[in-house]
Design a protein around this ligand. Structure first.
Ligand SMILES: Cc1cc2nc3c(=O)[nH]c(=O)nc-3n(C[C@H](O)[C@H](O)[C@H](O)COP(=O)(O)OP(=O)(O)OC[C@H]3O[C@@H](n4cnc5c(N)ncnc54)[C@H](O)[C@@H]3O)c2cc1C
Ligand code: SF4
Length: 478
């Protein structure tokens, strides 16, 4: 067989078609189209099959990228999908929203040699969606059923990845989630134009078809304590994410029409799913015709500004206290936002919200950059006496998230947490200090990425399975 690989010198890098910005902002559809079969095969053939594949090394899941690229190039699409799915519980999600520029693609060797990276994420997404279309994705059927039950708190990517891995081993799984739909931030945080909700709901249905029981509208701390769940199950996984939004303590913070990012994004996502949302339907959380000010420079802020512009805001401004080079958000998302007409007000920090009842203006301190801080980014400093005012009918705060007080909420004061409020676990097994209780995802590592949540979910599944096995062995020995 002629070599189908190493075509990077003859074939240029091509990315999937991206909708033009005018069309993009007229709807909430995903902005990238999918590779068609031939394009996926030819782009996969650009891979140089490195002896040490840095793409794989830098993937948190260590996806076997070079091998599934080779299979794709050779047209062995079902095998390629199976290999990709063997290390990743949601490859189509990662293909769409992983920051590949910082992970696999950012470390691709042919990118380093100036040929342009292999478009790994786009091929991954194609492979999985193609597998669904061809009915190759089958519900999990364990070879034998085990009697032990595991309760998982949180139906985000960490909880769902753990649920699937444990179900494959034959355990009986119940997932509890306080939301009315499953998916965590995939369903109510991340907007449709980055990740279409059908993709998430399809995954959830697959897990339910695999006989994983999901109980929605069940809030641990309200509908049951951790102790009660522990009595019901042989092991527990806490995968509740981080939801406490960071606040801005400046005068005027109590004015109306100042909202946390998650309230705004959840309302918008619920509307997209056809729900009634009182605070949107009465106009409060709808940006149509308004001057919108979003505060923050991370991915959540980018999702807010791009949602606001799609809601037909009059003007959307993003205030960030550093400059573009020192932004924490993905460069790809900032570019998308700029193309869609968002005004970035760099080196700006809110000093005061002005208004009588509702917010009307934001007074801004202009900033300069000092020396790098612990994160390596240069720290912002106020330029005394340099201020600006910006009009605002609605302000959205996107300054990041902290962990809720889980020991208090779950009535489990002995549960150990870190100084950041996240749950303390053993790094490898993800077990907490309470016997039979494990934790995974953002609630352990702080606000992070989907791919890390999946990795944690898989590691926790291993930890739980080993724990239950050793318990069984001890009983037999006794
Ligand atoms: C706006 C936004 C955009 C993002 N964009 C990206 C992106 O483009 N790419 C990327 O890789 N990452 C992105 N992330 C980060 C990513 O979504 C998270 O890192 C990931 O979802 C964490 O997964 P998790 O399972 O730990 O938690 P979550 O996804 O937060 O899921 C936790 C689940 O636990 C449930 N829960 C919480 N408390 C309880 C309780 N007491 N009882 C029952 N259930 C409970 C919640 O309802 C939720 O469903 C984004 C995050 C946000 C906020
Ligand atoms: S680093 Fe790039 S060229 Fe090398 S194996 Fe990975 S995708 Fe292929």
């Amino acid at each position: 067989m002629t070599n189908k690989m190493l075509k990077f010198t003859d074939l240029s890098k091509e990315t999937p078609f991206k909708e033009d910005s005018k069309t993009r902002i007229s709807n909430f559809n995903e902005i990238y189209k999918e590779f068609i079969n031939d394009k996926a095969k030819s782009q996969a053939s650009r891979c140089s099959q490195c002896g040490t594949p840095f793409c794989q090394v830098h993937c948190p899941l260590h996806n076997n990228i070079p091998d599934w690229l080779k299979m794709t190039a050779e047209g062995r699409l079902e095998e390629a999908y199976n290999l990709s799915a063997s290390t990743n519980n949601m490859p189509e999600v990662c293909g769409s929203i992983c920051p590949q520029d910082r992970l696999c693609e950012g470390n691709c060797v042919i990118e380093q040699s100036g040929h342009g990276t292999v478009t790994i994420g786009a091929v991954e997404k194609f492979l999985t969606n193609n597998a669904w279309e061809n009915n190759w994705v089958k519900p999990v059927k364990p070879t034998s059923e085990l009697k032990e039950t595991i309760g998982i708190i949180g139906a985000g990517p960490a909880g769902l990845a753990a649920a699937e891995q444990l179900r494959k081993k034959g355990y009986q799984i119940t997932v509890y989630d306080r939301y009315d739909r499953s998916g965590g931030l995939l369903i109510y945080g991340i907007p449709n134009f980055k990740l279409e909700k059908d993709i998430v709901l399809r995954r959830v249905k697959y897990l339910e078809d695999s006989k994983i029981k999901i109980i929605n509208n069940f809030e641990v701390g309200k509908n049951a304590t951790l102790k009660e769940l522990k009595e019901k199950h042989d092991a527990i996984l806490i995968a509740t994410g981080v939801y406490k939004s960071r606040e801005i303590e400046i005068p005027g913070s109590n004015l109306k029409n100042i909202y946390p990012a998650m309230e705004f994004l959840t309302a918008s996502n619920k509307k997209g799913l056809g729900d009634k949302v009182e605070n949107f339907d009465n106009g409060n959380l709808n940006c149509e015709g308004k001057n919108v000010v979003v505060i923050g420079g991370g991915d959540t802020a980018m999702d807010c500004v791009r949602t606001a512009i799609r809601q037909k805001a009059k003007k959307v401004s993003c205030l960030y206290r550093r400059d573009k080079e020192n932004m924490p958000g993905s460069a790809r998302e900032v570019t998308n936002a700029e193309e869609e007409g968002i005004e970035f007000v760099w080196l700006s920090s809110p000093k005061l919200f002005k208004g009588t009842d509702k917010v009307e203006e934001v007074l801004i301190n202009k900033m300069k950059l000092g020396d790098p801080d612990a994160s390596g980014r240069r720290s912002p400093e106020v330029i005394e006496g340099k201020e600006e005012t910006i009009k605002a009918d609605i302000v959205i705060k996107a300054l990041g998230f902290d962990a809720e007080n889980i020991p208090k909420l779950f009535e489990e004061p002995g549960l150990e947490i870190t100084k950041w409020g996240t749950i303390k676990t053993d790094l490898k097994t993800l077990k907490t200090n309470i016997k039979g209780v494990f934790a995974a995802g953002d609630i352990v590592r702080g606000a992070s990425l989907v791919v890390w949540a999946i990795r944690d979910g898989r590691d926790a599944a291993e930890g739980i399975s080993n724990y239950l096995e050793s318990k069984k062995n001890k009983t037999i020995a006794a």
